[in-house]
Design a protein around this ligand. Structure first.
Ligand SMILES: C[S@@+](CC[C@H](N)C(=O)[O-])C[C@H]1O[C@@H](n2cnc3c(N)ncnc32)[C@H](O)[C@@H]1O
Length: 278
């Protein structure tokens, strides 16, 4: 399946009577070179099942179907079924593509894989739902690898390291569970219609977090609350929790949350859990 040019996409939308929705973030990739660069990120692997969130006009779906065993592609907008039917009518890859017209963020992704298959998440959802997508990915531990497109500023925050002004609670939480890499920078010109923002494709590779299952939710809350006043020293956060500012916490209480790395946050979370309920 070749990438549609903006003209071909516009014609197809006219023929099927679909008017694109801004609310659903319907800006579709239409640049063959960018799609080729994305394709080169995925070596062919017959054991891989791609889960695509936000199929749109199938620009990525086709690439993924060529490289993996199959693609389960979610699309919330059922009006696009007509577009999909037209695109897939004579395409030999259609047997490898399963379209599901539902909210990808409400779905149970782990039920999609069978014995011996590796699930890889891929997608380009409306940027308003970026945090929700990352949090769902973290919780879905049957997925070890993902490639997700975000608004550039959000991607920068997610991939920022401790000490950087963009480092946030979401950076700590995401980097506790994943090695995160910037893969591609995309200008607004590679989408139709052209959005107002630039985008970045991030790669996620799951790594052992060092947290027990029961610790995950309290750890995430702990990190989020510690960043509520990111410019204040941790002493302020400790006071709110009733943690003594003396002894083992004296030094850390003088630091700001943004200087702690994810492993340091885990150590602090465990130490604080010993003296108080978090
Ligand atoms: C930015 S477009 C990307 C389309 C295509 N993957 C591409 O790159 O050209 C996002 C697509 O996600 C769909 N979408 C939005 N929210 C969704 C959700 N919660 N679940 C599944 N699809 C969703 C939109 O309707 C839209 O078609």
């Amino acid at each position: 399946m070749n990438a549609l040019t903006p003209t071909a996409l516009r014609d197809l939308l006219n023929r099927t009577g679909v008017v694109l929705s801004k609310r659903l973030g319907q800006n579709f990739l239409v640049d063959g070179n960018v799609l080729a660069s994305m394709a080169s990120l995925f070596p062919s692997d017959e054991n891989v099942v791609f889960i695509e969130v936000g199929a749109g006009a199938l620009a990525l779906t086709g690439i993924l179907a060529e490289r993996g065993k199959r693609v389960v592609a979610y699309e919330i907008d059922e009006r696009l079924r007509k577009v999909h039917d037209a695109l897939l009518a004579d395409d030999p890859l259609r047997t490898r593509i399963e379209l599901r017209y539902e909210d990808a963020l409400e779905a149970d992704w782990c039920t999609l894989g069978h014995e011996g298959e590796t699930l890889v998440l891929m997608g380009n959802l409306p940027y308003l739902r970026s945090s929700e997508t990352v949090l769902k990915l973290i919780r879905t531990d049957c997925i070890g690898q993902a490639c997700l497109l975000f608004q550039r500023e959000f991607a920068t925050r997610l991939a920022a390291h401790s000490g950087n002004g963009d480092y946030s609670s979401l950076s700590v939480v995401a980097q506790t569970f994943f090695d995160i890499k910037r893969l591609l920078e995309l200008s607004p010109d590679v989408f139709f219609p052209r959005p107002e923002v630039s985008s970045t494709l991030l790669g996620f590779l799951r790594r052992p977090s060092g947290l027990e299952d029961a610790e995950v939710a309290p750890f995430m809350r702990f990190v989020q609350q510690s960043f509520l006043h990111r410019r204040k020293k941790l002493a302020d956060f400790f006071r709110r929790l009733g943690v003594p500012l003396t002894g083992e916490f004296a030094g850390t209480s003088q630091l700001r949350p943004e200087v702690l790395t994810p492993p340091e946050f885990i150590d602090l979370f465990r130490a604080v859990s010993q003296v108080t309920r978090v």
